[in-house]
Design a protein around this ligand. Structure first.
Ligand SMILES: *[C@@H]1O[C@H](CO)[C@@H](O)[C@H](O)[C@H]1NC(C)=O
Ligand SMILES: *[C@@H]1O[C@H](CO)[C@@H](O)[C@H](O)[C@H]1NC(C)=O
Length: 471
């Protein structure tokens, strides 16, 4: 819920800043109960921050000018009549001098603005000194870092107390008298009301555990569309067997575009996920390779970048609980799914536990399935299939069976192969599957939701599935 406070605070800060046209400050306890002061200064113009880049530019220009001046004086030799080349050079010289003068003017204006800002900062420092002499009452932090581990995970059922935050639950009312404390303002009340109106999340009451073969995959339902290139592909998931402190409604997301992928975003429930407000951002100790991660029993399982190392990152302790190489597994583009993207090692979770889907040199690129001990990441048992990993778009496990999707780009494709770890038999199947956005980079089964989760070209989608009766 803290994100709401953060959003509120930021918007009010902006309003205040505009109204006063100068600056605003705030004070409150941080998470360690230290008194903390924050001030915000309105910049006079948008681009008024003096940048080192512009002075470097000036220097470069000056040295270029110096060279030109030397050249001109050598060419003219101090004599009046000039050739055409000399005339051209003079025009260029005049242009460059004009440019220099313009830059110098800009520099002067910037220097003025810096001075103004310095005066404001001094003023604020005096104000802070004044405030320091008054006692700092217990308040929830005003410097709410949206991306910080101080954000508390919710239970997913706590919508009713969104409106009662903040502060008052701690029996503190003095903060409301402080004019710098924003929560008494109408703007805050408005936001609070809006937040309180969010519908309660649908509890997932379905409790069907019967296993069977995959018969049908529904149409993709979009839950969220990424708004930047960083979200072109990635992995999103819910823990099918969530563990405290996170409830089963928690949604997790990793954008995997880029080379140093380490941010794991947590959303309180599907509703917040759709709205795009993370309640939690965890910084993973090792970078993530691609879209193969999975969430299971309170841990994130993922492949460490450029390695065959599997990592179990425990959400509760926010630390690595297990780290182990997956023996002989190809990695970093050796045996990816057909769309590429370094999808060499793919975790999967189903009714039977935790799996890794990958390949090895020994298997000559055929998909290898290993059941893993979720605690230690040791391989319990492995199966070698007869389908090449690089020819399939993606794969997932349901009830101990591997299923592969034929195409990641075709809007109407099929799940056309299965391998049963119970019997070590493979089978051709033909279950229609839609890649509505034509670039599916991740498909995972969630045994509790009985859905497939997928990431199709910026779109985080899910599919209902229907299973047959156990044979
Ligand atoms: C599945 O579909 C792909 C792509 O159309 C094809 O190459 C492959 O042979 C099919 N596999 C089976 C088992 O039908
Ligand atoms: C894909 O299948 C759906 C329904 O199954 C159909 O409405 C649609 O036209 C098909 N699209 C293409 C490109 O074949």
């Amino acid at each position: 819920m803290m994100w709401i406070l953060a959003v509120t605070w930021i918007s009010i800060l902006l309003v205040n800043t505009q109204a006063q046209g100068t600056a605003s400050f705030s004070r409150g306890n941080d998470r360690n109960r230290r008194c903390q002061y924050t001030f915000t200064v309105d910049s006079p113009t948008e681009a008024s921050c003096p940048s080192t880049g512009s002075s470097a530019e000036m220097e470069a220009l000056k040295s270029r000018l110096g060279l030109l001046e030397a050249l001109v004086s050598r060419l003219t030799g101090g004599e009046a009549p000039g050739t055409e080349a000399q005339m051209g050079l003079r025009t260029a010289y005049t242009q460059v001098t004009g440019e220099r003068d313009r830059l110098q003017e800009e520099k002067a204006i910037l220097a003025q603005q810096v001075e103004q800002l310095q005066r404001m900062v001094e003023e604020l420092q005096r104000e802070v000194e004044r405030l320091r002499s008054r006692p700092c009452t217990q308040q929830p932090s005003q410097n709410l870092p949206i991306f910080s581990s101080s954000v508390q995970p919710g239970t997913g059922t706590s919508h009713s107390h969104l409106g009662s935050r903040p502060g008052r639950t701690q029996g503190d009312t003095s903060s409301l008298r402080d004019p710098s404390w924003p929560y008494g303002s109408p703007a805050y009340q408005e936001l609070k009301a809006e937040v309180a109106e969010f519908p309660a999340p649908n509890p997932n009451t379905e409790d069907s555990t019967g296993c069977g073969e995959l018969l049908w995959v529904g149409e993709p339902v979009t839950h969220r569309k990424a708004d930047s290139i960083a979200g072109r592909y990635g992995v999103w998931m819910q823990d099918p067997e969530a563990v405290s402190p996170y409830g089963s409604n928690m949604v997790w997301r990793i954008d995997t575009v880029g080379t140093e992928v380490r941010q794991l975003y947590g959303y309180e429930d599907m509703d917040q996920f759709t709205r795009g407000f993370p309640a939690k951002v965890l910084l993973l100790p090792d970078a993530v390779e691609s879209t193969g991660a999975a969430m299971y029993r309170g841990s994130l399982y993922y492949q460490r970048r450029r390695s065959r190392t599997l990592i179990r990152y425990e959400l509760g302790s926010e630390s690595v609980a297990a780290r182990r190489d997956l023996p002989h597994a190809g990695f970093h583009g050796q045996f990816p799914y057909s769309w590429g993207g370094y999808t060499d090692i793919d975790f999967a979770v189903d009714e039977n536990g935790l799996w890794a889907i990958y390949s090895t040199n020994k298997a000559k690129g055929a998909i290898v399935i290993s059941q893993l001990d979720p605690h230690t990441l040791e391989v319990k048992k492995s199966w070698e299939t007869n389908i090449r990993k690089t020819t399939v778009a993606n794969a997932f496990m349901i009830c101990g069976k591997l299923y592969t999707v034929a195409s990641y780009a075709s809007p109407n494709t099929t799940v056309n192969y299965s391998f049963d770890t119970g019997t070590s038999q493979s089978e051709a199947v033909a279950v229609p599957f839609q890649n509505r956005h034509r670039y599916n980079s991740m498909i995972d089964y969630n045994p509790t939701q009985r859905k497939l989760f997928a990431w199709d070209n910026y779109h985080m989608v899910s599919y209902d599935v229907r299973l047959g009766k156990q044979q």
